[in-house]
Design a protein around this ligand. Structure first.
Ligand code: 9MR
Length: 444
């Protein structure tokens, strides 16, 4: 314990936990992906797996950074209706209630898809398949009626390559092209408040596949078939990099009168190259007024569907990567700085580690940018009459007001590129539920 201060008598009453949580959300504004994106009128989401919600680092990172969630697998057909008429919503409900408890939006993924489809569906003849498809859509959308901001109604219905043709699937093969239109009409009737999306991959630039989707959306809009949004999955790697016409492609769809969303973003790679690609994607979305939000396909590289490619914003230890800094900087956040490449840079992010009636422990995570650093400093500003009673893993000095502490490392000044350390402090609330503000991180 470096610093001990005399506690003022705690005179004011208890601060409701909910008020504190709300204050935390505001006070962290622009220091997190979600709050920076909100400042741009967008959501920033992630795919989530129910079985990781019990892992504290996973949940803490999710809750701190993201304002929207997409169940990664839990709403798919094999998970929700493994036998005909036998609906199971437990895992997906877990994610939905986690999100609702924290004010996050939920993207529904996905109602009609050729993959993760239980075998009973593909054995049905046309009339029965049509009934089963419509029933599946109606049951899921009714179960979460009013709780899902966007649904991927139909997923990946077009072929890759130059044909522009529909992909073979039980739906396509038995019901023909009209199954997509029928699915959207059924979806609109089931939950009129949900935004209805068509979602696909390899449609991120202008090409034969995206041309085919474009023609379908144009036709739907012309004929009044209910469609509100197109999702661009945006799974990128060196063989399939961010296309040069990415923004132009988003824009041409938006010009048809639909929203566009980046729904499953991940970019294999590391360091400045990965960071630059992430920055390009975020800037493209911000440049298109109907691009309403971005979802990355997972919280951490540890659980990515292609973890070998380290495609996400947090590494396997939940440290923010240069790609994170680039995204935050592109969103206009204040904590960024490491993504531009070169030079000593760091970020400082705040979280509340523990709290009780009249006090809490704050934690600040310092993460080096693209280069190794040998020292760092940041500030923590409290709201009077709160007082810090202890600081650990750092050295603090105080300004005249006693509200601002400047913090330097004690033993933990040297960090490898992308590596993190943290310091903590205990605060006596003295009746105030305010959350401390962490200043810019300066590195040497
Ligand atoms: O990330 C999902 C992975 O856990 C599943 O095993 C896989 C099964 O098909 O689906 C992954 O998510 C996919 C998404 O639902 C649709 N677009 C492609 C995604 C990556 O494969």
């Amino acid at each position: 314990m470096y610093l001990t201060r005399v506690l003022r008598a705690a005179t004011a009453g208890l601060v409701a936990a909910t008020a504190l949580a709300a204050a935390a959300h505001t006070a962290e504004a622009a220091d997190t992906l979600g709050s920076a994106a909100a400042g741009q009128g967008r959501y920033f989401g992630t795919a989530v797996a129910a079985n990781h919600l019990g892992e504290s680092d996973y949940a803490a990172t999710l809750d701190r950074e993201f304002t929207s969630v997409t169940p990664e697998n839990e709403m798919k057909w094999d998970a929700t209706e493994p036998t005909r008429g036998g609906f199971t919503f437990t895992s997906a409900d877990q994610i939905v209630s986690h999100a609702q408890g924290r004010g996050m939006d939920v993207r529904g993924h996905t109602l009609v898809w050729h993959s993760q489809l239980p075998s009973w569906v593909s054995t049905l003849a046309a009339a029965d398949l049509r009934a089963a498809m419509n029933d599946h859509i109606t049951q899921l959308m009714t179960h979460w009626k009013g709780e899902i901001h966007s649904w991927d109604v139909v997923n990946e219905a077009f072929q890759d390559g130059s044909s522009g043709a529909r992909r073979s699937s039980p739906f396509q093969d038995k019901l023909g092209d009209g199954f997509i239109e029928e699915a959207f009409r059924t979806a609109r009737a089931a939950d009129p408040a949900a935004e209805l999306c068509y979602n696909d991959y390899n449609t991120d630039g202008v090409n034969a596949k995206s041309d085919a989707v474009y023609a379908m959306v144009k036709d739907f809009k012309a004929r009044g078939v209910p469609i509100d949004c197109v999702g661009f999955q945006s799974h990128f790697n060196s063989a399939s990099p961010v296309p040069a016409d990415y923004q132009a492609n988003l824009q041409r769809f938006a010009d048809l009168g639909v929203d566009v969303q980046i729904t499953e973003l991940d970019i294999e790679g590391s360091g400045t190259a990965q960071a630059a690609s992430y920055g390009t994607v975020v800037k493209a979305c911000l440049a298109v007024s109907r691009c309403t939000g971005i979802t990355v396909w997972g919280v951490t590289d540890k659980y990515s569907w292609r973890s070998g490619g380290t495609p996400l914003l947090f590494d396997a230890d939940y440290a923010a990567k240069p790609a994170y800094d680039a995204v935050l900087a592109a969103l206009g956040g204040t904590g960024g700085g490491g993504g531009g490449g070169g030079g000593a840079a760091c970020t400082a992010t705040y979280s509340t580690d523990a709290q009780w009636n009249d006090g809490y422990n704050g934690k600040v995570t310092i993460t080096a940018g693209d280069s190794a650093i040998s020292g760092w400093t940041t500030t923590v500003t409290l709201t009077a009459p709160q007082q810090v009673t202890a600081v650990w893993n750092a050295t603090a000095t105080w300004d005249g007001s006693g509200n601002v502490m400047t913090v330097e490392p004690s033993w933990n000044g040297s960090l490898a590129a992308g590596a993190s350390t943290s310091f903590g402090f205990t605060v006596a609330k003295n009746g105030s539920g305010a959350v401390p503000a962490v200043g810019t991180c300066a590195a040497s």
